[in-house]
Write a protein that binds this ligand. Structure first.
Ligand SMILES: C=C1C[C@]23C[C@@]1(O)CC[C@H]2[C@@]12CCC[C@@](C)(C(=O)O1)[C@H]2[C@@H]3C(=O)O
Ligand SMILES: O=C(O)CCC(=O)C(=O)O
Ligand SMILES: [Fe+2]
Length: 347
């Protein structure tokens, strides 16, 4: 049996100084621990005219649109994705309820340093000396144990919604992956040879769900919601509530805002997609900036293959520019080297 995703993360114990998010409700001034002095805070001057493409999953030319979007941005908004709006709204409502709980209650469901599921700061926090204006709840596998701490008598509704949301996201992610392989011109016949994607074990791989909350911030210009990072797995499907904050970095352009598009989900490429596409598709460097008056919530679903899968440039690329690596080893590499993990695999 392959190691589950949560077990792979369990082996990468976090070295965190501050594992507990701030009690945001009780704070009226930005504490020194949350003041960032980034020099590259500026938005691209072209930020207003540049926009991430919106793609209809049912469009006749969806493959071509996906190819262009992935090549240029590593990201697109997806509409007509088939996820019921009611499910997305229900999941967002549960996230609001969770983060709205008193801090003592949330701390009962704290993620342990070697754990995968639970409430806490983002995993990448260990690489930064300053804290983020953010609190998160990660779900990998079952959330029952932690949800019982949050709502001893009514945890089932939360768990059912999250299970259903993950199940639907997983099917959508698989559909998007097939579309991306088509965009990379992998023949239908050759598809199953790549990462074994047609095997039942590929389909049974465990993804992860991350509920994010960015409360209103007293001094948004000096704070960071979520520090710049790339997502580690193949692709991420993100729902953002109706509040700005997400930005992506484009070489030679700067930070470009990704404002929410009603009814759309944001799809972004992760590190593993960068590897399998032999660097044709960028892994998206992104961040979240906080907002003074609006509370931002987002729900990210991270999709990847089984942890024992070998990740390597697709066989059609005759001059691979990355060494093969299993997902389990990549997780371990990233937890030690963060953004230097990909360059370490470069040939
Ligand atoms: C599968 C995962 C991706 C993630 C680490 C995680 O184990 C679950 C949390 C994810 C998240 C969400 C916030 C940003 C991020 C970089 C982090 O610190 O935790 C991502 C991780 C990732 O993509 O590497
Ligand atoms: O809140 C967001 O929009 C971004 C979340 C994110 O980048 C993540 O969870 O990895
Ligand atoms: Fe991310």
């Amino acid at each position: 049996m392959a190691t589950s995703l949560s077990e792979a993360y369990r082996d990468t114990t976090l070295q965190l100084k501050h594992i507990i998010p701030l009690d945001f409700d009780s704070i009226h001034d930005l504490p020194e621990s949350h003041v960032w002095t980034t020099k590259d805070n500026l938005l691209s001057e072209k930020g207003d005219i540049l926009s991430i493409p919106v793609i209809d999953l049912n469009a006749l030319n969806a493959t071509e649109l996906v190819r262009n979007a992935c090549q240029k941005w590593g990201m697109f908004h997806l509409i007509n994705h088939g996820i019921p709006l009611s499910l997305v709204e229900e999941a967002e409502e549960h996230a609001r309820r969770l983060f709205g709980l008193p801090v003592e209650r949330k701390l009962k469901a704290l993620r342990s340093p070697s754990g995968a599921t639970g409430y806490g700061v983002a995993r990448i926090s260990q690489f930064f000396s300053k804290s983020m204006w953010h609190e998160g709840f990660t779900i990998m596998g079952s959330a029952v144990e932690h949800a019982k701490e949050l709502w001893p008598d009514e945890y089932e509704e939360f768990c059912d919604t999250m299970d259903n949301y993950q199940k639907k996201m997983k099917s959508l992610a698989y559909e998007i992956l097939l579309l991306i392989l088509k965009a990379l011109e992998v023949d239908d016949q050759n598809q199953d040879q790549e990462m074994n994607i047609c095997s039942p074990s590929f389909y049974q791989s465990e993804g992860a769900l991350q509920l994010n909350s960015y409360p209103c911030c007293p001094n948004p210009n000096r704070a960071v919601g979520l520090a710049p990072h790339t997502d580690s797995l193949l692709l991420t499907i993100l729902h953002q509530n109706n509040t700005n904050g997400l930005q992506i970095f484009q070489e030679g352009v700067g930070w470009v805002p990704v404002p929410p598009v009603s009814g759309a989900l944001v799809v972004n490429m992760g590190d593993l997609m960068h590897i399998i596409s032999n660097a044709r598709f960028p892994t998206v460097y992104h961040r979240v900036v906080p907002n003074e008056t609006k509370h931002r919530f987002s729900i990210a679903y991270f999709y990847g293959p089984p942890t024992d899968s070998i990740i390597a440039p697709l066989s059609k690329f005759q001059i691979p520019c990355f060494r093969p690596v299993t997902l389990k080893d990549y997780i371990s590499l990233k937890s030690k080297h963060l953004e230097k993990a990909l360059p370490l695999l470069r040939i």
